[in-house]
Design a protein around this ligand. Structure first.
Ligand code: UDP
Ligand code: MG
Length: 202
């Protein structure tokens, strides 16, 4: 109970206050707390924040940037009907990555994942739209490209799990956490897309 209270306070601070000191701390709480909070937050806000405002984080990883796939990946999300609300290219620090992949720290592939992800620039984006978290995961495809369907980004552009071109948040609460980790609130734009009523009901 106390743990959930502290978690909620930290998440609120991260969402609406100064996110810097709280980002790393959120990761140390059990996933269940985050999941519970995330869906409750989403439900409780669902009247104020229409579903069409759902957001997710997508990143073109260093192999995707090196292979000049950025344009094709952006095109897929635009073509599907999602709205780009944030975009930047950066050389990622180990510190940021260790927070981003905090759930994978004990995995045997973690050290090589960190080396790969810091080997060159990444292009990180926030996409908005109806059911964008789940749809993006479907568009990106299975983690292991050998199992990814043709037509997905990984299924079309990659062959090995260690070089799978793209990242997409895997849940609503994961998306919220990752967006706050990679972007300042001021760097995300609320803008009206002229075809909004043609791509979604909200
Ligand atoms: N990864 C890897 N080897 C593995 C599993 C994962 O190198 O056996 C890398 C891969 O780049 C993957 C990332 O670790 O995209 C994060 O793993 P996760 O299980 O979160 O997959 P994702 O959410 O990216 O599909
Ligand atoms: Mg993942």
């Amino acid at each position: 109970m106390l743990q959930r209270l502290v978690f909620n306070r930290l998440l609120q601070q991260c969402l609406w206050g100064n996110p810097e000191p709280t980002r790393g701390l959120l990761c140390r709480f059990p996933t269940g707390l985050g999941a519970g909070h995330g869906s409750a937050w989403h439900r409780s806000k669902s009247t104020a924040v229409p579903d069409a405002r759902e957001r997710t984080l997508v990143a073109v990883k260093p192999d995707g940037v090196q292979r000049r796939l950025v344009g094709q990946i952006i095109q897929r999300f635009e073509r599907r009907g999602f709205k780009l609300v944030g975009l930047k290219m950066l050389q990622v620090s180990e510190d940021l990555l260790s927070q981003h992949y905090c759930e994978l720290k004990t995995k045997p592939f973690y050290p090589s994942l960190l080396r790969y992800m810091t080997s060159g620039p990444v292009v990180v984006m926030v996409w908005e739209g109806h059911n964008v978290v789940q749809t993006s995961r479907t568009m990106v495809g299975h983690t292991n490209p050998a199992e990814a369907q043709a037509g997905t980004v990984r299924g079309d552009f990659s062959v090995h799990v260690s070089r799978n071109v793209v990242h997409a948040s895997d849940s609503l609460e994961g998306a919220q956490r990752e967006i706050q980790l990679w972007f300042q609130g001021k760097d995300l734009l609320n803008w009206e897309c002229c075809d909004q009523s043609s791509t979604s009901e909200a």
